[in-house]
Structure formats: C-alpha cells, structure tokens
Write a protein that binds this ligand. Structure first.
Ligand code: SDX
Length: 428
C-alpha cells in the first residue's frame, strides 16, 4: 500500500501520494494539489522542493555522501579517470575496456573546431572573461552543427552532439585562456590523453617542446572527476529547464555555463582565491575577516564556505584539501594562502556562528589553490569547473529528454497592485 500525506485546508483534507527513492528519500508528490485544492506551494530558491526524480547522482548532505550512479566519489576520485566517469554519468554504467577505448577515440576525432570559430574567438577583446567566451563558443556550435538544434533526433545523432561537445569544450577552454593572454591558440594533440591534450593546449608555447607533467595531469584528472556532477544544483537545474523547452543540448549547456559563472555557485572558486589574497595583503588577520563574515551589516561572506545541501561536510572538499597538500608538495610550491585557508577553516570549524549555521568548506574552498599551483589563472578557475561539470550537465539533460519531462514552468503568488483604471497623464 503506497503511503500518502495529507494537507488540511479550511474544511477539506487533501491526500497526496508519497514518493520514496532507492536511498529512502521521501517526497510529497504535489502534482494534483493545485487542481484539487487551488493551492500551490511556495519555496523561493527551491530549498525544499524536488524538481525531478533522477538516477544519476545521490548525495546526502547530513552524512557527506556523494555517489555517481551508485559509485562513491572517494573510489572514483582515487581509481577512475575523468573520461571513464564521464561515460558512467552519461550512459549509466562503467565502460568495458572496448567501450572506453571507443569513447576516447570518438572524442579524439572531434577535438578540432571549425576555423571560423577561431574568427569568433578573435572578435573578443583580451579582457573578455573566459566564462563569457566559453558560453559564446558553445552557443556558436549550433551554427556549425545546425542538425544539433533538434533534440528529438535519433539517439545516434544526439550522441554525436554529445561527443562533439565533450571533445571541443577543452579546446574552447584553452582557446579562451590563450585569447586572454594574447597568445596564439594551440591546436589539439590527439596523441595525448584528455588531460594531457588540455594542458598542452593551455600551456604550450610556439616552437617550444611541451612535456605533460604527470603530477599536474593526475591532479587535473582528480579535480575534473570531483566536479563532474552534483544533482540538481543551480547550473544543472538551468540546463534542465532550458532543455525542457526542447532547446538544443548546446543552448542548454551554454545556459548552464552562465549560471555556473555566479560567485555564489561556480564563481566561488575564483572568489575564494581573491578573498585569500586580500586577507594575505591585509596582513593575514583571519579573525578580522571572520568577524566581517559574521557581521550582518557587512556584505562580505566567507567564500568557499557553506552549502545549500551539505550541512556536515562536503566530501569533495576533504579530497581536494588532501590533494592540495600532495600537489603543492610534489610541485615544490609553497603557497602562503594555503596556510591562510587552513587557518580560516580551523577558526570557522570552532566558531559558533559557523557551527550553528552548519557552514563548512565546500568544493570551492581548496580547489583554487590547486588550480593556481597548476599554473591556471584565477578567472579560468570557473572554466575548469565547467569543464568538469560538462558530463554531468549532459547526463542530466539526456535523462530529462529521455524521460520526456514537461516544460519547466513554476507558479507564483502575486503580491502586486489589484485591478486599477488607467489614469490620463495629467491626472497622475
Ligand atoms: C557550489 O548546489 C550545489 O551543489 C553547488 C555546488 C555544485 O557542485 O554544483 O556544490 C557548487 O556552488 C558550492 C557553493 C559555492 N559558493 C560559495 O562558496 C559562496 C559562499 N557561500 C554562500 O553564499 C552560501 O553558503 C551558499 C550560497 C553556498 C548557500 O546558501 P544557502 O544555503 O541559501 O544559505 P543562506 O544564504 O540561506 O545562509 C544561511 C545563513 C545566513 O545567515 P542567517 O541569515 O541565518 O543569520 O548562513 C549565512 C547566511 O548569512 N551564510 C554565511 C555564508 N553562507 C551562508 N555567512 C558567511 N559566510 C558564508 N559563506
């Protein structure tokens, strides 16, 4: 017998079905509530509202659990590769050796982009933020692959669109960086693996040999895995709602890139480094900045702290914090802001304001320190987040399309003026 919930309003009681997930999460299905009662629910920011059911990622904010298709983030970060995790997220299962080899080869043959896209890139001034360049180039794919505009094509054709953007995103990301520093772009080198090719496109200089540092490639691989999906976060919800209108995969991904750009979301990794640098320049007085973060009259927030879902710890932050120590040690980098970050974390973890509000370091708190050690500039950090999140966005868009989900259209409670007559200008 399936369970129900009841809402009593005025003299009526409304029974609503209960939905229970495979990890025993419980939701009230309010699909019929408005039709039966005229009532809607109100939840700004959807803090307590489920938008969908999904089989892709499970996270438990209280226990600090994160799993992709049932596999723990700890195991995947330790044992897997970014393309293997991408395959898992997009197609639902870990690939066999032939399947992964085929996936890698399909991506390799699509890493090059049309030369006319380079003309679009060259139209951007070097001070253009790389996130704006990235979302523009992704949208431009719709012009070069017009058949991608129809999301209802055969599974094979949709899959080709998926392969193309998986393959071209690293090229776009590296080219956005080269545009920013005024250097000529590097073309993809398909003799290298995904991370090696990206690093070479990013850092190779004309007429100079570039050797991929395995430490850097391994750290990048881990960071991309840790960012690959995170269920219905702000940018993924954006991808889903744009895709629900049957906009193309590329239009939906471009929208997700722009949502991720926000400093409260993916833009936080850049904001963390800028914050730590400001604290360092200010003399490293972390207590002063902690007080600012707690001061309601001060707009300053401790960037990299807090999370809409994790109210204990962000498992990704734990893995990245350890990786930060390893990578800086292996690279022989001594970054003074790492110590400031650790000092802030220690203070916040024992400060009642943060403890009461369950504010812990999130994925963005330490990731920027590693990106910086890898030689990646601050305003490219969110581009790195987008590169990692791409397979998650694709998987969520694909699931939404395959489940034939309806167009997203939330309701509202109107609180404006009641009906009033038009007044002639001279009577206002
Ligand atoms: C990501 O959703 C995802 O899954 C996102 C993400 C993903 O993988 O896709 O995990 C990636 O976006 C991580 C979050 C990165 N953002 C930041 O690090 C920015 C700093 N953090 C915050 O702005 C904030 O914590 C949010 C936006 C992350 C979460 O906001 P919530 O859950 O809506 O919390 P809130 O704004 O309602 O704050 C609750 C209280 C408030 O104080 P009171 O009104 O109760 O007195 O906590 C305070 C807030 O002022 N607070 C902070 C704080 N975060 C919340 N105070 C100081 N510093 C902070 N960072």
């Amino acid at each position: 017998m399936s369970k129900t919930a009841e809402i009593k309003f005025e003299d009526k009681t409304y029974k609503l079905p209960i939905v229970v997930g495979t990890e025993n999460e419980v939701g009230v299905d309010i699909g019929k509530l408005r039709g039966e009662s005229g009532l809607i629910t109100l939840d700004p920011g959807y803090k307590n509202t489920g938008a969908t059911t999904s089989a892709i990622t499970f996270l438990d904010g209280e226990k600090g659990i994160l799993r992709y298709r049932g596999y723990s983030i700890e195991e995947l970060a330790e044992k897997s590769s970014f393309l293997e995790v991408s395959y898992l997220l997009i197609y639902g299962e870990l690939p066999t050796v032939p399947q992964l080899t085929d996936f890698q080869n399909q991506i390799k043959v699509h890493t090059l982009v049309h030369e006319d896209i380079k003309k679009i890139l060259e139209g951007f001034p070097s001070n253009a933020h790389p996130m704006g360049v990235l979302s523009s180039l992704v949208t431009a794919l719709t012009a070069f692959y017009p058949e991608s505009l129809d999301p209802n094509r055969s599974a094979e054709k949709v899959n080709l669109s998926i392969i193309r953007i998986m393959a071209k995103m690293p090229t776009f990301a590296a080219w956005a960086y080269k545009n920013e520093i005024g250097h000529p772009v590097n073309y993809p080198d398909n003799t290298l693996d995904y991370c090696g090719n990206f690093l070479k496109m990013m850092f190779a200089l004309p007429a100079e040999k570039y050797d991929v540092d395995p430490v850097i490639a391994s750290a990048l691989n881990k960071l991309l895995i840790l960012h690959a999906d995170h269920e219905q976060n702000c940018s993924t919800s954006t991808v889903r709602i744009v895709g629900s209108a049957q906009a193309s995969l590329y239009a939906s991904i471009s929208a997700g890139i722009n949502a991720l750009w926000g400093p409260l979301h993916g833009g936080a990794n850049s904001a963390v480094i800028n914050m730590l640098e400001n604290i360092r320049k200010d003399g490293g007085d972390t207590k002063k900045w902690m007080a600012k973060a707690k001061d309601k009259d001060d707009p300053f927030r401790l960037m990299g702290f807090g999370h809409r879902v994790y109210k204990n710890f962000d498992p990704r932050a734990k893995i990245i914090k350890k990786a930060a120590d390893d990578v800086l040690d292996k690279l022989g980098v001594n970054d003074p802001i790492l110590e400031i970050a650790k000092g802030l974390e220690q203070e916040a973890l024992s400060d009642p304001y943060f403890v009461e509000r369950k504010l812990y370091p999130n994925v963005d708190f330490y990731s920027g320190i590693i990106y910086r050690a890898l030689g990646i500039p601050v305003d490219m950090f969110t581009v790195m987040f987008a590169l990692g999140r791409l397979p998650g966005w694709i998987a969520q868009w694909k699931e939404m399309r395959e489940n034939n989900e309806p167009i997203g259209r939330p309701r509202q409670i109107y609180v404006g003026e009641n009906l009033r007559a038009y007044k002639e200008m001279n009577k206002r």
